[in-house]
Structure formats: structure tokens, C-alpha cells
Design a protein around this ligand. Sequence first.
Ligand code: SF4
Length: 777
Amino acid sequence: MSIGILQSGEADKPALPSSITTRTGTRHAKTVPTLCEMCVNKCAAIARVEEGLVTKLDPNPLFPKSRNMLCPRGNAGIQALYDPDRIKQPLIRIGERGDGKFKAVSWEEAYEAILNGTDRFKGLAQILDEEKDNRSTIGYCAGEGMAEHTFRTFLADKLGSSNFVNHASVCLQTTVSGHALTLGGYGTADLANAEYVIMAGANRAEAIITPDTMDLFKRTKGRGATLICVDPRFTNTAAKADRWVPVRAGTDLAFVLALTYVAMEEERYSKAFVREHAHGFEEYKEHILHNRYTPEWAEKITGIPADTIRTISREFMRHAPKAIYYQGRRSTFSIQDFQLRRAQALFSAMGGGVDVKGGIIFGKKLPLGKHEINAPMYANAGERIDKGVAAIIGGSGSWIGWRNRILEGKTPYPVRAMFTYKQNPMLTIPNTAKTRQLFEKMDLVVTIDTMPGDTVIMSDVVLPESTYLEREDPVRSFGGAEPAIALRQKVVEPLYETRPVAEILKGLAQTLTLPLWKITQKYDEDVQEEIEGKKPEEIEAYYRENGFDLTDMFRHSQEEINREMVISKWGEAAWKTLREKGVFYPEMATGFRQLGANVFQYYPEEKKYYSVRKGSFATPSKKIEFILPNMAKKGLDAMPAWREEMHVKTPKGKFKFLTGRHAQFTQNGTANNAVLLDLIHENHLWINKRKAKEMGIAFGDMVEVRSRVGAVTIKAYPTEEIAPDTLFFVHGFGAQSDALSLAYHNGAADNVIIEDVIEPYFGAAAMHTTIVEIRRV
Ligand code: SF4
């Protein structure tokens, strides 16, 4: 594949000097507080700007969430801004889809192509005309981010499509839902105060390195807290833990059920908490004991010795309520993942460690004003197409269920256009071959991105977004025991022809609004009835008053909206503080103080929001839900139960494939970052050392990893630190776009081989169920 993005002469002019020299102490230096976007955590940063260049990013000590921390990826944010491979101006496809041939155009030409198409692809006007104004023919997806809301609101509320999918179903869906339906919220693990933490499959030392992870590690190994790491790999989290418990991949649920069995059989749980706050506990107890989820039973499934399970259960309950079964992050592991998360939450609750200091806490969120949108009603817009893929399909959908329905032709109407923002489905969604087919099937693909990644290459129109250091995003309130409001504000003016997403959509709205309104008038019988017999000026008034004017969402700039949202709740002084310091909370002026070299107080201890529920949890029964009768009505389990038929076993001679994160790399978002690639050059295949020896595989040998859906080649890394029947490599490598100078063909992409297996509760992708075989090549 040859990929050549043609930039116009204008855009090729360097917006920067060819080399960036960091000069300190210049008279023109200024500092701007902002929020990092090198991963999802949003740590507070202070950017130093000298003569218009960002020369340094430092942590902002004022933000309780990040407490003066900026990790290596955060420091490498400057490279995201000054990466020479950035998309510099709008692009229109001029070759075949996927061959990477584009021409650089003006913003007006790009908007016009989205509306009317070119000789290569269709535009929205034709598609919506052919689909009789069914707005849901436009699919759209987004990753997590502070401006995701703006993108989603425009596509859903203004353009009127219900077909949205985001990262949730390839990320936290089952753990968030499992905890929300059980405890009334996902909550936060109070790692700073917990005395006993079980972390299973959550690799905090290499995935989310927030200060609370550091707080915990400072107290492990006999210094006040015990950390149990349950993982088929010896991760860096395992290295910091008091005990590493290797587990067979996909069997964690059996482990938690056995922990629960021990606590119930030995009556070690908090009877007072259960009496006061549990709904359905007696049924759950009967279920666990009756099914004999004993440690001996679990040992056969998990490989964890029964004595170890007994010990951990007893130790956990001894430290409860300051004991947490960590909720988990990242992906859904197995088909039983929802019930795994439920079982974890219930085990924590049995110790009383919910809504208390040292347990899972819900905290408080500081209110912000609302930015109301005038959303039109489109009579012909269809319902989302993935209903029924799983028991519960929420607003963010089931990515692979949604995609597969389109490919299988099982939709009530065709989805013909696709808008992508801050997500790179070609690398992030399991079974890349199918994702490629999805894009090939579309009549129009529009991608908003900063970098020319693999999804950009599959697009018809590419709209270049400004990086986080060049834009202001919607102001955000961050909840927790120490809540605060923080602002990502523009540090430097956007480079090249890039724009923030709100401005991109504003321009698009101006081009689309009247032509699409004509199509609505042609097909929408409700609208026709309303405007029948009306004069042109009355029709225009109807169009404006009922939200069909797509531009009204952008009447105010992001800065104006943020200002209003803060001032309406907290007043002018708060807004001034937020602008100047990047952070605001009412107690900041009196509560914040530096206690040591890198130790800060944000809220006095007595003012922290550890316990907020006051005995009333945000669930239907207002209690902890040990039983969910609604799930039984859908033919699923009301209580966590081990389903052998759902467990994917590893056949002899084959391996189960796992994927994960690295501390200095944020998935494919940092794949081309020169600074971070210095720390991790490429990904390697973890394979058990003895197994590798048996197969004649040595360090650095090229190995083909093949599943039912694809194959990749990757260098081998034989190690003792992984189970013999398990393989692993880090997500985010293996880009196929040669417009990325450093990421192109660097390492292997996991989703090429990960099968598209859907768990039945929320339609999330079960990402640790793929069986692979390997051979040296
Ligand atoms: S954890 Fe690192 S990359 Fe993520 S927001 Fe914080 S500093 Fe940025």
C-alpha cells in the first residue's frame, strides 16, 4: 500500500522553525495552566511558552486529582503538538478508499465535499435524499475526551442520528455497569486509605499512574497496606504487590466466587453492613453455598491453590471495611465479565467497604451551569441498529455488535455514512478485517483527527483537529473525595490549518444547514404538516425556533460557554481563578497548602467527601443489589454464577492471547511520538521461557501469531513472567498508515488477531477470549 498525502504548497510552509531550541529565562516566557490529554486521566499541567513555542510542560500542584504529577506521556505532550506528521489541512480522497491518496483542500472545499460528494464518493445531501431524511443513516463514533460531548451532541441532537458508538464497549462498559447496577455507581477506589487491595487484571503501575497508585505503592510491602495482584502476567503492578497470584486467563470469576464462599461459610463478612444495606443477601448466600463455590472447586478452574484463596478471603475481611476488590479498568476480559464485576462489587460490599474511607467511594461533584441545545425532531430518523445485540444496549452501543449487523445486512435500514472523532477504529476495534469492510461499505467516511492514522487512510474527507495544547475544551467538574473544577485552555494558537472540534463542526453546520433542511421539508410529514400554508418568513421562524438551524449550537464560542457555566454557579471570582490557576474549588483559597517537598493538602481531612450516600444507594432498592431480578427476566443470571459453557478453554498446543498497556505509551495515540518511542521502541510477544525453548524460539526471533480472524508477525520476548498457555503483547503498535513516519509497520497490532466476541449483558467486546497458534518465521 502506498500512502501519499498531498499537502498544498500553502500548508507545506513550516509554521515552526525547523528546530526547536528550548531557551529558558527569556523575557517573553509565560505560563498557561491546562489539562493533559496524553491519556484519559486529565492531569493538570502548566505549559511554559517562550516566543510562541511550548518549551516545557510541568505538573500543576493545585489539582487534587493529579497532585503535582505529570507522567512521561504527559511530558511528551509537546511532541504531539510539534509532530511533523500531523494532518496540516483538510484532505479529500482522490484515490481508491484505503490507498491513502488525498489532496489538500480549503475548509470550504472539504465541507462542500461532505455535503455534495465528489466523483469518488457520495455526499450527505444525496445519501439523506435517497434515505428519505432518515438521519440515522449517519453512523458516528468517538473516543473518550473532553470535547467528545460537543461532537456527540452535534451528531445526535442537531444532525439527528441515533447511531453512536464509543469506546465504552471496548473498554470499561462491563465494569462500570456491573458496579453501577450493584452499588449505584462505579465509584473510586480510595487507594490512599485502603489497607487491603485485590487488583485483578488491572495494571495500575503501567496503565493509569495517578497519584493514588503511588500512594498505594508507598504503603505496600509491610508499610501499611497489602496489595494482592491477580494476573496471568507478572506485571509491574505485580512487582510492587505483596503477593502475585497467577491466574488462568478468564477465570477470575471463579476466584471471586470462592473468596465469597469462604467469607460466607466462615461468617466473616460485616453482618451490620449487610443487615442495613443489602438487598437479596440471603438469596445470594444460599446460591453461593448451595453451588459449593469452594476454594477446592476454584483451584481446578483458576490454578490458584485453595489455601491461597482461603487466606486472601480471611485477610480481606480482617481489614474490611478498608478493603477493596479493585473495580478494574480497560477491557472486558471474558464473556462472563459483567458477572465478574458484580461479584467483585458484592465481595467488597460484604466487608462494608462501600461509601467509606478506605473503600469504594462515590464522592461529590461540584455543579456547573448547563449549555442547552435546541434539538430538532426528525420524524424519519430510525432507532439505533444494535438493539437486541445484548440484553442492555445503552446510548454508546456495542461497537462490534453494531459493526457486524451492518456487515451482515441485518439492519432495518442502511447505515451509509460514518463520522469518526478521536477514535481510530482500524486499530482499536477487535477484528480489523471486519472494520475495514465496514469502512469500505460506506458511501461517505469523514474523520476528524490530529494524526494521519489507519482510519484516516480509510476516509473520504479528513478534517484536521488542533491538539489539546491549541484549544479550549468544555470545562469539566471532577468528582471524588476532593472535588474540583478544571479547565483545559489554549496554550498556543493552532498550527497550520487545524481547528478545535467545535469550530470544525460550526463550519460544517453552516454548509449543511439549509440544504439538509430542504431534504427534511421534502420527506418529514410532521414538518410538512407544521409549515403547510405558512409564509416564507414564518417557515424560517419555524426552522429557527425548532432547532433545525444547525448553526445555533455554535452561537457562542467555547470560551463564552465555559465562562457562563462557571459564573452561573460560582461567580466571577471563581472564573478568574480558573483562568489563572487552571483549577477551582471553593475550599482552594483556605484549604490548599504545601506540607512537604511534594506533599499537598487540598481539603482538610474533615471536609473530604468519603461518605455521601447516607445509607441510600443509587439503585432501585436504595440498597446494594445482591440480586437483579430484571436480568433473570432477560434470560440471564440475577446473581453471579460460574457458567462453564461461557468459559473459553485453551486447547493443548495453543495459547490464549492477552493485550494490555505500557506505562510510557497510550495505545495508538502515542504510536508516532518520538519521545516515547525512545522509551519503548516496539512491542514484543511475551511467551513463557520454557515454552519458547521447547518451540525453538529465542529473544528477537520473528514469530507469526495467528487466530481465526487474522495473523501478525512480531519479535519474541521469552520470559518467566507469563503463564505457559498465554501470550501477550502491548496494544497500540502495528500501524499500516505510512503517513506516520515512526509508527508505520512498527510492531504488531493486536486487533488484527483479536476475535469479535460479544458478552451477552451489554454487548461489550470480550477481548481475552482469542485462541492463537504461533510459529517462528
Ligand atoms: S496520567 Fe500521564 S498521560 Fe495521563 S493525563 Fe496524567 S500526565 Fe497525562
